[in-house]
Design a protein around this ligand. Sequence first.
Ligand SMILES: *Cc1c(COP(=O)(O)O)cnc(C)c1O
Length: 501
Amino acid sequence: MSEPLIYELGGPGHQGAELPPLDVPDAEEAAGGELPGLPEGLLRKSPPLLPEVTEPEVVRHYTRLSEMNYAIDNGFYPLGSCTMKYNPKRNDAMAALPGFRDLHPLTPEAGAQGALELMARLEAALAEITGMARFSLQPVAGAQGEFTGLSIVRAYHESRGEERTRVIVPDSAHGTNPASAAMAGYQVVEVRSDARGGIDVEDLDRVLGPDVAALMLTNPNTLGLFDERTLEIARRVHEAGALLYYDGANLNAILGLARPGDMGFDIVHLNLHKTFSGPHGGGGPGSGPVGVAAGLERFLPRPLVVKEGDRYRLEWGDPDGLDRPAPESVGKVQAFWGNFAVAVRAYAYVLTLGAEGLRRVAETSVLNANYLMRRLARTFELPYDRPCMHEFVLSGERLKKETGVRVLDVAKRLLDYGLHPGSVYFPLIVEEALMIEPTETESLATLDAYAEALEAIAREAREEPQKLREAPFTTPVRRLDEVAAARRPVLRWSPAGERRA
Ligand SMILES: *Cc1c(COP(=O)(O)O)cnc(C)c1O
């Protein structure tokens, strides 16, 4: 029989109280005194050294850690190109329904009809929203959607017996675009932005040619601007025999108002964890469905969900009837069904808002961004002075020239005000860039408070520039040595490391 279990009932120093032994079968005893197959040398000689802590200590430890974290649930989080909108709690409740939550990924189709139906319905909604013919829900990140989309580009050109080696990416693009193109085996060519923040069409003509496989476009782009010459760009790309790829990670500005399919795009990825309100940024896993225009469906990852009569099943498309991807499909890009729980949240979001509600998301996110942009344009420069979409980019160049305070210092100081900064130094084509995306879920009072904080910091920059260079003062950790963190990352926990932090 094992030793009776001792429970510590109080904080440190409290006398442990003895409880009656629990009737837990001893593994060794159950195995007749010997654990079969385990070499003697590997067996423990002494019990493991588990931390001796009480329940209140554990609860306080984790509550304290959670309070150190900044999340959309405890404050405004206007991180540009990231859509940190509020994540409605009802979506979590839907994803936690036992029929969805407890479903084993290998459940046969007959036992997973509800889940398959949800996937089919979400796919149809995404196709309607974007103007695409079909979607695969497999990719579990925007970047994986991009890689999948570029694999489809390759499969398309190969099916026509063409070898194309280059992918064009604008100089304002999100970093994942060139990275995905390179991973898919393409040479990345940059195209310049013009003075209005759109693609420089003359520069596009310079780089377009018979070896170009695709142009990857974000629209509205990462300057928060809608490309005024989209249709013209689409025509030129198609005339060159290339495909047009739409980075739809942030669809907030055009939901229910405009569709990439109608703009001439052939392939789209979406970020359900941004536009469709999935928690992310340390708060949850992603989902980056990829959609294609009519004519490209056969290249999509398999299986796809299809409806036959009133039943749903997984369609592999293999002519031999085996559970293998169809010969022209790019294959399977993710285990099982992708991040199904994120799909449930996105579908709950679409159903909750409906077509009208989704359009109001777009209108409100654009209104909020323009309001904040106009107000902050009194304090910072506006490098592209025209109405923005769901986000906008300011520059702190003048502040830096006049006070030596960089936009990095401004961002760090915002933390002392209890506010999350926007994205800084992105996009790369704007000096001292500060990129802000307020989203539609914030009130006028929140936007005003944020503007007031930034205005106060700009005043501080003139009065006490040194203080700003040392900020933040109130956070659990202050300025990190980012170079050391990248070059010499500490990847293991150690008590010494814990004390250092
Ligand atoms: C976030 C984002 C991505 C990448 O999405 P991940 O899910 O982080 O891989 C790609 N493009 C744009 C414009 C984005 O904002």
